[in-house]
Design a protein around this ligand. Structure first.
Ligand code: UD1
Length: 417
């Protein structure tokens, strides 16, 4: 599963360009199926999850081509086929093929999706939304089958905002007759990016980025080109690393408003943050102060995906930081590994209290999920001596060459494969 050797203590200096967003490109790739024509995506990050999604599209009869950071999908000859289990279980976003296949073929068959182990990750809201649009479902322990001879636009009210369920509902509603209104929709920038992409194909969607999304279904569909939105969590990763190590780093090709809660917290910790139109410069002397209470919330609140990153950066910050994880019950698992490096972290259910310590010491740690793994990298960069990070494949699932990016900024991270 791959090992990274990290020697801590280096400050980080220089410019870095932020990759396209994993959590935007995956739903958009499912969306290419809806069109029945050719789509060209740019700023596509080179990730295993993208590769897997392209394999799913190929299984459904699409022609796919991936050169550099550009992907072309020709879905003109696509047809219904069950998606192989080994591809479905690689990632969470595979569940979005339900909505996309229903819109295109009127039927879908998938196995239960995989993804990071963050505690229970039900799909009830996804299924409820598809039922609201008129789909009939058959569930077994392992598979989900949906049929709809005709999807009908409806009012869908989510009891809690869900990124994936909002995206699934948007995809399916593109193939429905009439108007669909999604209430209490998730507001994440990746949902807005999906709307921009689907509209470029000729769909008629408005409201993404607010909690009400309106889809007028059955629009003509045409050739589309779309550039994937920058990855706000990759940006947060680099900035948290620079804050923790000290240095002067400018992250470029990002949207500063997308990571406001993170830059606010880093400023409270004593970092100097300067925002440009599409860049953020962070200067840190590496001596940080605890930012207070951090509560994860749906967008525009503090993102659960950035919680492990900031938590790692707080391990040497003077004072006490309280993290309240309200989105995923299993999302404090990485704290056990961080404690192995000397972090003083008390965990009680969904709350972690981090008390800053003067030093961390390198040791062997294991990545157990994507963002928790990235947190271990940040901690390794802060620690004295060598950290051996096992199972780095969890990290490379969502970051395009994070090790090379950090090396270019002066970090000592070596991929041993
Ligand atoms: C997406 C992101 C993930 C991020 C998360 C929250 C992708 C591929 N993944 O995950 O990186 O951490 O948003 O920002 O984009 N829920 C239900 N029933 C459902 C669906 C969700 O109860 O059917 C609950 C979840 O357990 C969780 C909350 O709703 O407590 C939010 O989850 P959701 O927004 O759906 O996360 P994902 O789309 O899985």
């Amino acid at each position: 599963m791959g090992i990274w050797k990290i020697r801590g203590g280096n400050r980080l200096y220089g410019d870095t360009y932020i990759q396209g967003a994993k959590n935007a490109v995956l739903p958009i790739l499912s969306g290419t199926l809806v069109s029945g024509c050719v789509t060209k995506l740019t700023n596509v990050p080179r990730l295993r999850d993208v590769d897997n999604t392209l394999k799913i599209l190929s299984c459904l009869g699409c022609q796919v081509e991936w050169t550099g950071h550009t992907v072309t999908v020709d879905s003109r000859n696509a047809g219904f086929a069950p998606i192989p289990r080994e591809l479905m279980t690689q990632m969470r976003s595979s569940v979005l093929f339900l909505g996309a296949m229903l819109a295109r073929f009127g039927r879908a068959e998938v196995s239960m999706p995989g993804g990071c182990m963050l505690g229970p990750r039900p799909v009830d809201l996804h299924l409820k939304a598809l039922e609201d649009l008129g789909a009939q479902l058959e569930l077994t322990d392992e598979t989900i089958t949906c049929y709809a001879s005709r999807l009908q636009g409806e009012r869908i009210v989510f009891p809690t905002p869900s990124v994936g369920a909002t995206e699934n509902a948007m995809l399916a509603a593109c193939g429905a007759w009439g108007v669909t209104v999604i209430e209490n929709a998730a507001r994440e920038p990746e949902i807005e990016d999906l709307q921009t992409f689907l509209n470029a194909m000729g769909a008629d969607i408005s409201g993404a980025g607010t909690d009400v999304v309106v889809i007028r279904g059955m629009r003509p569909i045409s050739y589309a080109e779309h550039a994937i939105v920058p990855d706000r969590i990759a940006a947060a990763t680099v900035l948290c690393a620079a804050a923790a190590c000290g240095g002067d780093v400018t992250a470029r090709a990002l949207v500063p408003e997308h990571i406001l809660p993170i830059t606010d917290a880093l400023e409270r910790m004593g970092c100097q943050v300067t925002k440009g139109k599409d860049s953020i410069r962070l200067v840190s002397d590496g001596v940080l102060t605890a930012p207070g209470v951090i509560e994860t919330l749906p967008y525009p609140g503090f993102p659960t995906d950035a919680q492990p990153l900031l938590l790692a950066a707080c391990m040497k910050a003077s004072g006490e930081t309280t993290f309240l994880e309200t989105i995923f019950s299993g999302r404090l698992r990485h704290t056990r590994q961080l404690q192995r490096l000397g972090g003083n972290i008390q965990v009680d259910d969904h709350k972690a209290v981090v008390t800053g310590v003067p030093r961390l010491t390198g040791t062997t740690v294991q990545a157990t999920d994507l963002r928790g793994g990235a947190a271990l990298v940040i901690a390794g960069l802060m620690a004295e001596g060598e950290t051996i990070l096992v199972d780095r494949d969890h990290i490379t699932r969502g970051y395009e060459r994070l090790d090379a990016c950090l090396r270019a900024l002066g970090a000592d991270v070596i991929d041993t494969d």
